[in-house]
Write a protein that binds this ligand. Structure first.
Ligand code: ADP
Ligand code: MG
Length: 420
């Protein structure tokens, strides 16, 4: 194949780590999504080619042609007459040679343009056509516009071809990321449906029990001729069951409240301090000592202080409740950074709540975030799912690690700085 020869030759001459190419690859890789990538490809290829404007053409399956979908210093809609047909001479030439084509081209390659392609290129002063190729697939075509012909002698064609190839690789990677995202979204959707199903079953269970009690009691009151005092006691229990349903529905509504948080700047150390103060009295009654450790301050996050406090309080109470024979709860706050997938660093505030309680068996740990899951006689099983929901609305994570006999460690991670 012809391209293999020039490619090898070019690589041999320039080395595969040409800094300009490396720089291009980096800017392409940093693009957030495909529209951003299209725009950055058009801009960077215009810059390296020295043109006045550039177009990114994408394959349009219905028109069976590559058509402009993005432009740098040019509106792609103003070039709607450009359609590089899949079966046309230009795509054929690009597919065989996998090289840039000038218009005019020092090698005379522009002679291969079809009459329609030539007319459109002349009308828009397209001076360079770069195939964006990855693994022999033409993922797009970049067109560079200039009022005067471009200098394409010497190694220029080879270099510009290599730039187009970097863009092709970036398109391929973006396409894969898009597919992966799509897969993740459908998985998340399925997971949400599964949770909704479990929730519906749990609600039905929680509401049906009191309803059964209410129904049978009412029946008794209606059918049996008891003195009023006795009926009053029965009606009292009906009231209690009604309250139970009301409480369940109220907690559920809290759980499914729309994602609205009052966003203010909050110091996580202060939030932790408050939660510890609230839990102190409760812990003292159960023989639990609360220990506070903080390495840096202040730890700024953007969020809802009341919601965040309720998360920490939930975790603290769980820790105290796990240790009916007394123990120690340690609350540690800190700031950590971790790399994002794009290589930049994300700062996170960490709150760790560790207890010296009995811990949890793996089958319990696996279910703690299920609504209504509780191992306590008077538990609601809504503390952890509600906490998880709040933390996730702050863009954070809530993790629980536990081992039987070794206690439990709850970790709350909230992005430092602002919540998008
Ligand atoms: N620190 C902990 N140690 C041991 N078990 C815990 C701890 N935190 C939570 N759990 C388990 O998770 C379950 C669910 O907790 P939660 O959602 O807060 O509901 P509740 O506290 O009402 O039971 C608890 O019933 C308990 O079994
Ligand atoms: Mg709880």
């Amino acid at each position: 194949m012809i391209w293999t020869r020039w490619w090898e030759r070019w690589r041999w001459r320039h080395g595969s780590r040409d800094p300009a190419l490396h720089d291009l690859a980096t800017t392409f890789a940093l693009a957030e999504d495909f529209p951003a990538l299209r725009a950055v490809i058009a801009r960077r290829l215009r810059e390296v080619a020295g043109g006045e404007a550039a177009l990114f053409c994408e394959y349009h399956p219905v028109r069976r042609a590559y058509v402009p979908t993005a432009g740098d210093r040019i509106d792609p809609d103003s070039c709607a007459d450009i359609a590089i047909h899949l079966d046309g001479p230009l795509v054929k030439w690009l597919g065989v040679n996998q090289e840039a084509m000038g218009h005019p081209d020092p090698r005379g390659a522009h002679d291969f343009l079809g009459p329609e392609e030539r007319a459109a290129f002349d009308a828009h002063r397209v001076r360079l056509c770069l195939p964006l190729i990855s693994v022999n697939r033409l993922l797009g075509i970049a067109l560079v516009v200039s009022s005067t012909p471009l200098a394409l002698r010497g190694d220029r064609i080879a270099f510009l071809t290599a730039c187009g190839r970097q863009a092709g690789l970036a398109c391929e990677a973006a396409g894969r990321r898009g597919q992966e995202l799509h897969r993740l979204r459908s998985e998340q959707h399925a997971a949400r449906l599964a949770i909704a199903g479990r929730l519906a079953a749990a609600v039905a269970h929680e509401v049906r029990n009191p309803l059964t009690v209410i129904r049978s009691t009412m029946q008794l009151i209606l059918e049996v001729d008891w003195p009023w005092e006795q009926k009053r006691a029965l009606l009292q229990s009906v009231m209690e069951e009604v309250d139970r349903i009301d409480g369940t529905v109220g907690r559920l509504l809290h759980l499914s409240r729309p994602a609205e948080i009052e966003c203010v700047e909050v110091d996580m150390n202060a939030v932790a301090e408050e939660a510890v103060a609230f839990a102190q009295a409760y812990g003292a009654g159960a023989g639990v000592t609360l220990v506070r450790k903080s390495t840096r301050r202040p730890l700024r996050v953007t969020g809802d202080p009341r919601e965040l406090r309720s998360v920490l309080l939930n975790l603290l109470l769980n820790a105290c409740q796990a240790m009916d024979a007394g123990g120690v709860v340690t609350v540690r706050t800190d700031l950590v950074t971790r790399p994002r997938s794009d290589g930049t660093l994300q700062a996170l505030t960490v709150v760790e709540i560790g207890d010296t309680g009995p811990g949890m068996a793996p089958d319990v740990l696996a279910r703690v975030f299920d609504p209504f899951f509780t191992t306590k006689a008077t538990g609601t099983g809504l503390g952890l799912p509600a906490s998880l929901e709040i933390v996730q609305r702050h863009g954070g994570e809530l993790r629980l690690a536990s081992e039987p006999g070794r206690g439990t460690l709850a970790t709350v991670l909230i992005p430092a700085g602002s919540v998008d």
